[in-house]
Design a protein around this ligand. Structure first.
Ligand code: VAH
Length: 316
């Protein structure tokens, strides 16, 4: 059985739905620190699990005979800069508990998300390679870099089967993201529909690696279903789909909503975005376990506007 920790989050909520459609709802346990996502709580088996409490996780594993954990709970880049210690404690305690439970034989397989945030201002920004300089300048990026080191260590020293992806910014319509720097690329679609205008907290030419949620979910399931020997990188794989700037996403929206306008008012998140790569070389993921993205920027815009409009009409 599968346990998703952080199932209320932007990725966790869609991962839960997808895994339930593949394995059956009775085999996928959703968990989070609170019951605030009522839709998720009512969608299938839900348990309150505190990812920072070893016993809380262990009780859930034993109650449902869990053998695979997707650890999707974390504090992201923007919020992490406001609460550095909390971000460190949440992101690291949760990883150690899950890695130790795997080392002790309670679970067989772990997925743990890393991020392009492991790269910093000294990293080559174009087509960033799998192996390169990594001096992350955000707390979140530091937790992801050191988390990757621990994942590789637990694999090498204890044979733990942990698999990881350096997610780019992820764009989705079902669940709002929380506390990320790339969240502008989700907010812009909501504002385009509601107000036909958006004030962007990043500057016009801030190019960042991005991905549609369906691609991210596919990559996550593909790496977890890959043959163990095909997953040669046990720290975390570079993963990418498209890179674009706020200006380019606005132009893509204007193909559907011609009167849409964007303005720019960079805030503290500009410094975070400027420390990250513009584009990522994910050829190792493509070579080792046949990764391939499907959604272009215009595909993403089409999906976002179509689904958000339909969702808005439902709630009228
Ligand atoms: C964030 N969405 O903005 C996350 C992600 C690469 C960005 O790690 O913090």
């Amino acid at each position: 059985k599968i346990l998703i920790i952080g199932a209320s989050g932007q990725i966790g909520s869609e991962l839960t739905q997808k895994l339930r459609s593949i394995h059956g709802a009775e085999n996928v346990i959703a968990s989070d620190i609170s019951y605030n996502n009522v839709e998720l709580v009512n969608s299938g088996i839900f348990e309150r699990v505190d990812a920072q409490d070893y016993t809380s996780v262990k009780i859930c594993i034993e109650k449902y005979q869990i053998n695979t954990i997707y650890l999707m709970a974390a504090m992201l880049s923007a919020t992490g800069e406001k609460f550095p210690r909390k971000a460190w404690d949440l992101n690291m305690d949760s990883l150690f508990h899950v890695l130790n439970l795997a080392k002790e034989g309670f679970i067989k397989k772990v997925f743990w998300p890393s991020s392009i945030a492991v790269f910093g201002p000294t990293t080559p920004k174009e087509n960033t390679p799998q192996y390169t300089i990594m001096e992350p300048s955000t707390v979140y990026g530091i937790t992801k870099q050191v988390g990757e080191r621990w994942c590789e260590y637990y694999h090498k020293q204890y044979g733990v089967d942990v698999r990881s992806l350096r997610y780019p910014g992820i764009i989705s319509w079902k669940t709002m993201p929380g506390g990320g720097t790339t969240d502008y690329a989700v907010e812009i679609y909501h504002k385009a529909i509601a107000e036909k205008k958006y004030e962007c907290f990043l500057s016009e030419e801030t190019e960042l690696p991005m991905m549609f949620m369906d691609d991210a979910i596919k990559a996550t399931i593909d790496i977890m279903d890959a043959k163990k020997d095909d997953v040669k990188i046990k720290s975390s794989y570079n993963l990418s789909a498209v890179s674009f700037t706020p200006r380019e996403i606005a132009e893509s929206i204007q193909k559907h909503i011609p009167e849409f306008t964007i303005s720019y008012n960079p805030d503290f998140r500009q410094k975070i975005a400027d420390s990250w790569p513009k584009s990522i070389d994910d050829s190792r993921a493509r070579d080792d376990w046949n990764w391939k993205h499907a959604f272009s920027l215009d595909d993403i815009t089409n999906e976002m506007l179509t689904n958000l409009k339909a969702k808005a009409e439902q709630t009228v």
